[in-house]
Design a protein around this ligand. Structure first.
Ligand code: AMP
Length: 438
């Protein structure tokens, strides 16, 4: 028996209503706040992530699915290229923004607001809430403005999204990681502070110390954490402009009534962040992998991958984890609603043939109809309707075929009515779940 690859999984039909709900609420949030969808390829040139996300990050250093493309037989020049399954999507969206010149013919201050939904791939150690193929939904706001009001508005959108999903027990963590120039000065201070304690750090942290000391804060190792908690934080060395930006950002959150906690050690695992960084942490049903949302500002990422000067701000959340964070009562309701409106119970050959036409007409009118093709006794057929979790059983026997009125039995209350097809169709116009198509 061949099974799924470690760290990947099937999302089964029982769970799909939950996934659809999270996606639908996200799309509704994006519609309200003026974001439009973009889809980028699942694999890109390795260089995009190496340069964009940063060589020193855990993602690029040890988690990417990278492969050499086959050389083409008819060309000695093409092929042999290094490609990577995307580990995140910000670099790809910024690449698309540059490639399609979305910045052209924009007036000053005009923003490009994009969102995406799709699979990402990271070779992390699998555990509950952490997979090697996982799904992210994210947004990117790009343009010439770095107004902190943009950041607050995006977070306000997330706030609406979480409330709509009834995910209430969460904490917004914010920090500023400063500008590249002030960060360079801070990195020296940080390296000086780490150097005498190097022997207490893991081999990964040694690598981080050499390549980008800030990444030491990403280490999840407990013994490293005891060193990390005493290290100087970037907040202490913020440049004046970043400090002011952070103050304004907080004021915008206050004005919107959004609660937050400043965490000076939260630096996010990607190199492209400048100034504002944030996470939303969930507390229910998530276990150790409780970061629901991660995001921040990435002014300069465009330049890093060969584009024009661009300011950017965005976030991504894990769809897998968002589904896990849905309250159980919500999940139950969503699963229950994912069922047929009507299950056709037919009795005998003539009724069976007639049922096909009835089913066709109901479906054409937008009713979700289930039926099976086996000719069964009434009791067995009703059991099948229950098993299908249908709301109603539509009973068709020889008499019904002759009279053109059918028995419609409410499977929850047990009530039964005798109705014509037209009456049934108009009834379902008002039943939630049945889509009136007009
Ligand atoms: P990041 O791109 O690392 O900033 O992560 C953003 C969000 O994506 C996290 O907060 C998680 O919700 C989700 N995420 C990241 N890595 C994984 C993973 N390996 N499995 C499941 N979800 C993930």
């Amino acid at each position: 028996m061949i099974q799924t690859v470690r760290g990947t999984r099937d999302i089964l039909p029982d769970d799909m209503p939950l996934w659809h709900r999270v996606e639908a609420v996200a799309r509704e949030a994006f519609r309200r706040y003026g974001f439009r969808e973009i889809r980028t390829p699942i694999f890109e040139k390795t260089e995009l992530f190496a340069r964009g996300v940063g060589e020193a990050t855990d993602i690029v250093h040890k988690e990417m699915y990278t492969f050499t493309d086959r050389a083409r037989v008819d060309s000695i020049q093409s092929g042999g290229e290094s490609l990577t399954l995307r580990p995140e999507n910000t670099a790809s969206v910024v690449r698309a923004y540059i490639q399609h010149k979305m910045f052209a013919d924009k007036s000053p201050g005009e923003l490009t607001k994009l969102y995406y939904i799709g699979q990402m791939f990271r070779r992390e150690r699998p555990q509950a809430g952490r997979y090697r193929q996982f799904y992210q939904i994210g947004v990117e706001v790009m343009g010439s403005s770095d107004d902190p009001a943009i950041e607050a508005e995006v977070i306000e959108m997330l706030d609406w999204f979480l409330k709509e999903l009834k995910i209430t027990n969460t904490t917004l963590l914010i920090n500023s990681v400063g500008e590249p120039a002030s960060r360079a000065v801070y990195l020296e201070t940080l390296r000086e502070a780490i150097r005498p304690k190097l022997d207490q750090l893991c081999t990964d942290c040694h690598h981080r110390f050499e390549t980008n000391a800030l990444r030491v804060f990403d280490c999840k190792n407990e013994s490293c954490q005891t060193v990390i908690k005493d290290l100087p934080t970037i907040t202490d060395s913020l440049d004046e402009a970043s400090r002011q930006h952070f103050e304004q950002f907080k004021a915008h959150l206050d004005a919107r009534g959004i609660a937050y906690t400043v965490n000076p050690r939260m630096v996010r695992g990607l190199d492209y962040y400048t100034r504002t960084a944030f996470e939303i942490v969930g507390h229910d049903g998530l276990g150790a992998q409780n970061t629901l949302v991660g995001g921040g500002r990435y002014d300069g990422l465009s330049e890093t991958i060969g584009g024009p000067p661009t300011k950017g701000f965005g976030f991504a959340f894990g769809l897998d984890r968002m589904v896990m964070a849905l309250p159980e009562s919500e999940a139950e309701q969503l699963r229950a609603a994912d069922a047929p409106d009507v299950f056709i119970v037919f009795l005998g050959k003539t009724a069976r043939a007639h049922s096909f036409t009835v089913a066709q007409q109901l479906r054409a009118a937008g009713v979700a109809v289930a039926m099976e093709f086996e000719d069964r006794k009434m009791k067995k057929a009703m059991a099948a309707a229950d098993k299908a979790r249908a709301s109603f059983a539509l009973i068709i026997g020889d008499n019904e075929v002759a009279s053109g009125t059918y028995g419609l039995k409410n499977l929850k209350t047990g009530e039964q009515e005798s109705l014509t097809l037209d009456e049934i169709i108009s009834k379902f116009g008002s039943v939630p779940g049945a889509v009136a198509t007009g």
